[in-house]
Design a protein around this ligand. Structure first.
Ligand code: MG
Length: 372
């Protein structure tokens, strides 16, 4: 029986490996909530979530006060029932980032447990569509980085066999964004993909002007051009833009993705397994996208998303931003610019338990047990 008899909560705060700045924010830290479930047979599963520096205590509070106590005694294999019941347990706070991030930490733990019990790696358990996927790098394209360094990083990742690089846009002048892209394009040539990301910075008129400019540089997609809750605006832009529009990292439920798909408001689906509420809803979004002939290129969380993009046939590229090196002993398997999913049962992340204990945020930990 996979009856859950113990649930443990922890949170660690990880410094980013590089300074990360975009058009609207600076990425200060990675608060990382961790949930470990143990079943009656002694099998365990660990899942996680993240913030980019704020909101972690709210996620932990929701887990501790509302969600984790309701997990104890549940049959762990019933992931759909658990996900739905936990959502409804906190229904008046959903749809929203805090609820989805908390649900994701639990749902990814349940999938880790399920895969371990079955002896299967996640990429196979969830579909097994592809053995590897191409990578693109974001780590050298942040908005504060000067043009010579942008060029240098793009050349370096091209040398490693990566398919492309993402450059942040949103410098005050359109011409400055254009000059930065032109310099990179001139250096890397035509056979290397360039993606750009505005992190929701623009009003409609500016998004349209910049979209037209991006076409001159052979850009593969224009990511988060405007505030993500403006579905109608994205539909208008998508109809007028010569460059495909990418959205998803700031959407928090499958229903929000369904609105985008129905509106024809995006071309690249960037579902984030933490922000959408876990693997269970992520797969629904990916399958919905496949039915609409859209590719999925998830946001961040490369250590987990590698298994998910390989699980589905429409998983296209994986975003390279290392996240868990400080608290995991496993490393992403990257060969000739392609990412290969872990072959070990579960999520394939080998947690460094001593380091997690050392970094644990004081007061965030809690344990719930059956019968107490
Ligand atoms: Mg982005």
């Amino acid at each position: 029986m996979a009856r859950i008899v113990r649930v443990a909560l922890e949170m660690v705060d990880l410094p980013p490996q590089a300074v990360r700045t975009d058009a609207i924010q600076s990425f200060q830290s990675q608060e990382t909530p961790l949930v470990t479930v143990t079943d009656a047979d002694g099998a365990t599963g660990t899942g996680y979530s993240y913030t980019i520096g704020t909101g972690g205590p709210a996620v932990m509070s929701l887990l501790r006060e509302t969600l984790a106590p309701r997990l104890v005694g549940r049959e762990a294999e019933e992931v759909e029932a658990i996900w739905r019941d936990l959502l409804f347990a906190t229904h008046a706070t959903a749809v929203g980032a805090i609820t989805s991030l908390a649900l994701a930490a639990i749902d990814t733990a349940l999938w880790d447990l399920r895969c371990r019990r079955a002896g299967l790696p996640l990429w196979r358990m969830a579909g097994g569509a592809q053995r590897s996927v191409p990578l693109y790098s974001t780590e050298g394209g942040w908005l504060h980085i000067d043009t010579p360094a942008l060029v240098e990083d793009a050349l370096a990742v091209r040398e490693r066999g990566f398919a492309g690089a993402k450059i942040k846009v949103g410098r005050p002048a359109l011409a400055e964004d254009s000059r930065r892209l032109a310099a990179v394009r001139a250096a890397v040539g035509d056979d290397f993909r360039l993606m750009v990301d505005a992190n929701q910075a623009f009003a409609f008129h500016e998004a349209l002007l910049r979209a037209r400019m991006l076409a001159d540089h052979g850009v593969t997609w224009f990511e988060e051009p405007m505030p993500a809750d403006d579905v109608a605006g994205h539909a208008r832009l998508a109809a007028a833009s010569p460059v495909p529009v990418a959205v998803g990292e700031s959407l928090y439920s499958p229903g929000q993705f369904a609105d985008y798909l129905r509106s024809g408001a995006l071309a690249i689906v960037q579902a984030d397994v933490a922000r959408v509420g876990g693997i269970t809803p992520w797969l629904k979004v990916a399958h919905m996208a496949e039915a609409a002939n859209l590719a999925v290129c998830p946001h961040f969380l490369m250590e987990l998303h590698v298994s998910l993009v390989c699980a589905v046939p429409n998983g296209w590229m994986l975003e390279y931003i290392p996240q868990l090196d400080a608290i995991a002993t496993s490393r992403p398997d990257i060969r000739e610019g392609r990412a290969h999913p872990p072959a070990t049962p579960g999520l394939g992340i080998d947690w460094d338990r001593a380091e997690i204990a050392r970094r644990a945020v004081p007061g965030a930990s809690a344990v719930f047990r059956e019968g107490r």
